[in-house]
Design a protein around this ligand. Structure first.
Ligand code: ADE
Ligand code: ZN
Length: 351
């Protein structure tokens, strides 16, 4: 079996995607019309032309425009369902879905509206396609602590529907110092903990250290700058902290993602992390806005850039299934399906 086919067929988990980042351009235009939102783009093509990210801040500015489209429960449902359906067709067996309640509550959209729409999509997608998913609620690193506390209060009412809390949006200097108490409270309430440490942000290594030691995260989103610090790598290995790398690109470079410096940067880092024995995974981040690329596109391009052996592809998925927060029986079921697939196809046919 050739490697592209092997990648397409392998059972997968996607541990880092944002519901808000799953709005595809065509969907955005339809939502704008349906909800009477005045977008600065008149067509999907105009929006794609604007999806040209030079840095985290320029990306977040476009994301903010798109978030304003999500108003009703049905909007959250459709975006989530579309992602889960497309992912299940790419053999994603399990996905962690991130959502940002503060981005909605600050616009007067109720927490209940957000979570009901997403939850209904999770249930329907599991019923129709068999894809399993859980929710990670992200706090925004640049919003007030009071609004984060409020989001956590709301989340406690849905404790059984949310598996973890995380941090995203603008990476403020030493953001981890602001969230120590909140994360302690979340941990005590039974949530797992994760945080974004975006790629090559200023003082990235210090941020990773702060997330490890002050926030005591179970997982780190992106976090590829860990490669710059031998001690942190050792800590990540011994504490089995999982990294969710995302070699994603925007609509401008999507025709030639391999030439995108960000895709190159993250792909080489992911390969180096694998070789260093770190628990690294590969994920979609914002599939709607990032060139409409889902997990297979991302993995196939990763292989084209840094050449993965079949064993390395299997290891990426093993890392993912070992890092999800499910009961041991469910984990074993995923791992068994993965190992069976590997045994059946890894050794058959030339690459
Ligand atoms: N929100 C969506 N994607 C994000 C990312 N990669 N970093 C920070 N905030 C985000
Ligand atoms: Zn992200």
């Amino acid at each position: 079996m050739n490697k592209e086919k092997f990648i397409r067929g392998i059972p997968k988990a996607d541990l880092h995607m944002h519901v808000e980042g799953a709005i595809e351009p065509e969907m955005a235009i339809a939502l704008a019309q349906r909800n009477g939102v005045d977008l600065p783009y008149r067509s999907a093509d105009e929006l794609k032309a604007a999806l040209d990210f030079q840095c985290l801040q320029s990306f977040l500015a476009v994301l903010k425009n798109l978030v304003s489209l999500l108003i009703h429960e049905q909007d959250f449902y459709e975006v989530t369902f579309n992602y889960l359906k497309k992912s299940s067709f790419q053999n994603v067996a399990y996905a962690d879905l991130m959502f940002d309640p503060q981005a909605h509550m600050s616009r007067g959209v109720a927490f209940d509206t957000v979570i009901q729409g997403i939850h209904r999509a999770q249930q329907d997608a599991e019923k129709e396609f068999g894809i399993r998913s859980q929710l990670i609620m992200n706090f925004q690193r640049d919003a007030s602590i009071e609004s984060a506390e409020q989001a956590l209060d709301e989340a406690l009412r849905y404790r059984d529907r949310i598996v973890a809390v995380g941090l995203d949006n603008t990476e403020l200097p030493q953001f981890y110092t602001l969230f120590t108490d909140l994360f302690r409270r979340a941990r005590a309430a039974g949530f797992k903990l994760t945080s974004h440490c975006d790629v090559d942000e200023p003082t990235a290594v210090d941020h990773i250290r702060g997330c490890f030691n002050q926030l005591q995260v179970d997982r780190l989103d992106h976090g590829v700058n860990v490669l710059e610090d031998e001690q942190l790598m050792e800590q990540a290995r011994s504490q089995q902290i999982c990294f969710t790398a995302c070699p994603t690109t925007d609509y401008i470079t999507v025709k030639d993602p391999l030439s995108d410096p960000y895709v190159q940067r993250v792909s080489h880092a992911a390969k180096a992390m694998l070789e260093a024995g770190l628990c690294v995974t590969v994920n979609t981040d914002d599939p709607g806005i990032m060139g409409g690329r889902y997990i297979n596109d991302i993995l196939i391009d990763l292989d084209r850039l840094v050449t993965l052996s079949k064993a390395e592809i299997v290891q990426l998925m093993r890392n993912a299934f070992n890092s999800i927060w499910v009961n041991e029986q469910e984990r074993q079921d995923y791992l068994t399906a993965l190992e069976n697939y590997a045994e059946t196809y890894a050794n058959h046919g030339e690459l």
